[in-house]
Write a protein that binds this ligand. Structure first.
Ligand code: FAD
Ligand code: NAI
Length: 467
């Protein structure tokens, strides 16, 4: 039962991985909870137009590529693939439907009320959702993020020429040429989907290397691998204008630091230069809240905003824009609201790019670690890992960065076919304050890709077995 003057103990605004998880945990803790969502379906960006549909297309296109590129023939399986793009989209939509309906089921099971409609603050403890105004003792803002627009390059997903990630998931035909603006996570994942299905993909990146935020060795090596796969890169280049017609898109590009412009032609252009927090129309001013220079809602260690009773989590607050970070914050904020101690260790948030091979990291890059003091680095190539070699997956390596004095692991970086799964071990080790020696003396099953983590840990002291 909520206190008499309130309709709910907790109102969560937004049902993405941050919001729905916060709502379910709050209800599990006995709090009367509602979740406002303006989309037709629950699950936010992640389930509807992000993590899940992109992985559905990555998974399917990987099989197609393995058949088309001769990788399956190498295994003694001769196939000539025929692309059924509508069926590929169908299985994507099916995955989205099943998972978003799954959240609806979990809401019913946990007695979380779904308030359908766009939410806007009327005051610090009342929110209008559609026609209804509700009062809540605690309000969690989990409104997520949307695509950052690029001036001069207008996205029109319906026309399918200049698209954002949502449009790029739904293309009705494989483009002959695709230009991706931004060599970050979305550009490389969705660029991979369409390259595998037959598009010639050019990535235009403003910086001197792809994947900002990742370890420098990883950035360089992944660039090489993507080039080998057929990606073309135009680094230190910016797009200044784009004109779309029925036939395609004409782009004007310039060196990032200035210089003569050139023209690029493409059937389809994907704009993937980052995302920005969703706060438009939320009526933050009525609640007494402001945003910082990056449009984010600032919070303290416990996810409290500057206004009592209002909390915020996920993409709308500072930090990496990742679903699992939002989920963990969702659990922690609900526990804090319930008077428990909810904590997220923001130093140990893994990050994965789901290309082939996968690119993963957790903790500090080597450059960041060196800013804090002396480090030791151990590296092990996947080429020397028996399972990767047997599976014809020679690309990549594991890199472990440890404190030179204490041997404590500060960062782990991986390029490997299953790097996204392998990184969980590294995160667990770091969460428990492991040293490289702890990892090196932990028995790893053979033959697994994960043995490369053990060997990289052994390499920190210069004693790997297999290189
Ligand atoms: P969101 O998931 O954005 O959810 C916010 C919800 O709030 C939305 O449903 C929105 O409709 C609703 N909302 C907003 N304002 C209001 C309002 N005023 N009233 C009512 N409802 C409102 N992350 C990963 O970790 N792994 C991945 O593989 C991955 N892949 C991605 C692929 C793509 C193409 C994209 C675009 C993103 C991907 N991400 C991935 C990022 C991930 O989707 C986000 O980090 C995550 O969804 C953030 O969760 P959130 O709960 O903060 O917000
Ligand atoms: P991003 O921040 O990963 O990459 C954007 C890239 O665009 C950067 O390399 C940046 O330097 C470049 N850029 C910026 N302005 C540019 C310009 N004008 N011209 C050329 N390049 C420019 O952002 P992205 O890929 O759009 O993804 C958004 C968010 O979604 C990320 O924060 C990411 O965390 C999340 N996401 C996560 C996934 C995952 O975890 N696997 C998958 C997809 C998205």
């Amino acid at each position: 039962m909520a206190e008499a003057q309130y309709d709910f103990d907790v109102l969560v605004i937004g049902s993405g991985p941050g919001g729905y998880v916060a709502a379910i945990r709050a209800a599990q803790l006995g709090l009367k909870t509602a979740c406002a969502e303006s989309r037709e379906t629950l699950g936010g960006t992640c389930l509807n137009v992000g993590c899940i549909p992109s992985k559905a297309m990555l998974h399917a296109s990987e099989y197609y590529d393995a058949a088309a590129s001769g990788a399956m023939a190498k295994l003694g399986i001769k196939v000539t693939p025929e692309l059924d793009l509508p069926a590929m989209h169908g299985q994507r939509l099916d995955a989205v439907k099943q998972l978003t309906q799954g959240i609806e089921f979990l809401f019913k099971k946990n007695k979380v009320e779904w308030l359908k409609g766009r939410a806007s603050f009327e005051s610090a403890d009342s929110v209008k959702v559609g026609e209804r105004t509700v009062r809540a003792k605690n309000i969690v803002i989990a409104t997520g993020s949307s695509v950052t627009p690029l001036p001069g390059v207008e996205v029109d997903n319906a026309k399918g020429r200049i698209v954002d990630s949502t449009g790029a998931l739904e293309l009705a035909a494989v483009p002959k040429n695709m230009v991706v603006i931004g060599g970050g996570v979305i550009g490389l994942e969705l660029g991979s989907v369409w390259r595998r299905l037959g598009a010639a993909v050019t990535v235009v990146e403003y910086l001197d290397q792809i994947l900002p935020g990742f370890d420098d060795d990883i950035r360089k090596e992944s660039n090489k691998i993507f080039k080998k796969q057929g990606f073309e890169f135009k680094l230190e280049t910016k797009v200044t204008a784009a004109t779309a017609s029925d036939k395609g898109v004409s782009l004007t590009v310039e060196p990032a630091k200035g210089g003569a412009s050139a023209t690029l032609e493409a059937d389809v252009v994907l704009v993937s230069i980052g995302r920005r927090p969703n706060t438009d129309g939320l009526g933050l001013d009525k609640a007494g809240l402001t945003v910082n220079q990056r449009g984010q809602i600032e919070i303290d260690h416990d996810f409290r905003t500057t206004v009592k009773g209002i909390w915020a989590i996920g993409d709308v607050v500072p930090g990496p824009m990742l679903a699992h970070k939002a989920e963990d914050e969702g659990i922690a904020v609900a526990e804090n609201i319930a008077g428990e101690t909810g904590i997220v260790n923001h130093d140990v948030i893994p990050s994965v790019v789901y290309t082939m091979p996968e690119i993963a990291g957790v903790g500090l890059t080597e450059a960041q670690a060196r800013e804090h003091g002396e480090v030791k680095v151990g590296k092990f190539p996947m080429l020397a890992n028996s399972r990767a070699k047997t599976n014809h997956e020679p690309d990549g390596f594991v890199k472990i960065i440890a404190d030179a004095r204490t041997d404590r692991v500060l960062g782990v970086w991986i390029i490997a076919s299953v790097g996204g799964t392998m990184i969980a071990e590294a995160a667990l080790a770091m969460e428990f304050g492991a040293t490289s020696e702890d990892i090196a003396y932990t028995c790893h099953a053979h033959p697994t890709h994960s043995e490369a983590i053990k060997e990289a840990a052994m390499a920190v002291t210069g004693k790997p077995i297999h290189i």
